[in-house]
Design a protein around this ligand. Structure first.
Ligand code: GUN
Length: 281
């Protein structure tokens, strides 16, 4: 039986540690504040934004919510970001993605002051990560590293295979695994013989975006399998990119969906908000 990596438990541990740090900052007169901007009312985004607000409340971070109309112009959004960049009481700025089609996400991400880029999406943050400098690391990949470390999974020297090359998950998790001295291979839609590559993995990170795509035929005996996907099946049940029931018997450790990687993203966002204070000093 594989170890089920409990992201809910580990994320609560991290949030409880952060609570203590936030309290210590409060005693120094520093009240950490995150501004969250949502454009339109996409239901999934509303759930994510609501969970971010709840996490802020839990650890004692002040959150400012900006709910903008779907029709807001790019200029209006950029103007709000400029104001928040200049406000000394705001430590972190998060613009919930995706944005409506008439708004250029890249321009919006670049408008956020890199010192307040708690999502770690700004090219400055991405560049800092790639050359091993201090900066914000995007939350889901940072969460995966914490899941491994806090479950006693060694990364150094391991064959790590990442499926997916997105800017938000695939690329940054590859950089982080490399930083932890893993031997990293990145697979994508043009990879020839995916199974042959994934079968080599000691640690397999799956961010392919296809429900239950990874079955035991893709997994080496004893591998650690990290599932970044989240989908709703025909019965409205959540599932990941990995066929959990099929893969669990061959894995040594595996993240469930829900309750694996998902809760870690918000815990690491909270961590970035606390780190923001140091970066801004
Ligand atoms: N949309 C889906 N995931 C994320 C995330 O981590 N950050 C932001 N800003 N938007 C998202």
């Amino acid at each position: 039986m594989a170890l089920r990596i409990d992201g809910k438990k580990i994320s609560t541990e991290i949030k409880d540690e952060l609570k203590v740090k936030v309290e210590a900052y409060k005693e120094q007169g520093i009240d950490i504040c995150l501004a969250v901007i949502q454009v339109g009312n996409d239901p999934a985004s509303s759930v994510y934004v609501g969970n971010k607000k709840k996490a802020c409340e839990y650890i004692g971070i002040r959150s400012l919510a900006y709910e903008l109309e779907e029709s807001v112009t790019q200029e209006e959004l950029l103007s709000l970001i400029k104001t928040l960049n200049e406000r000394e009481d705001v430590n972190g700025i998060l613009v919930q993605l995706p944005l409506p089609k008439h708004i250029d996400e890249d321009v919006v991400i670049r408008a956020i002051d890199p010192k307040k880029d708690v999502d770690g999406f700004h090219p400055y943050s991405v560049g800092a990560l790639s050359i091993g400098e201090e900066g914000f690391v995007s939350c889901t990949p940072a969460g995966i590293i914490q899941l491994c470390k806090r479950s006693g999974i060694e990364i150094a020297g391991k064959e790590c295979v990442v499926i997916g090359r997105s800017n938000i998950v695939g690329k940054p998790i590859s950089m982080l695994l490399l930083r932890e001295n893993g031997t990293v291979t990145v697979c994508h839609s043009r990879t020839k013989d995916l199974k042959e590559v994934t079968k080599r993995a000691d640690i397999l990170v799956v961010a392919i975006g296809k429900p239950k795509f990874i079955t035991k035929e893709y997994v080496k005996d004893g591998a650690v399998v990290i599932d970044v996907g989240i989908h709703r099946n025909e019965n409205n049940k959540l599932c990941g990119d990995v066929d959990f029931d099929d893969v669990e018997p061959v894995a040594s450790a595996i993240t469930p969906v829900p309750g694996g990687v998902g809760p870690m993203t918000i815990a690491m966002l909270m961590n970035n908000c606390v780190e923001a204070v140091k970066l801004q000093k």
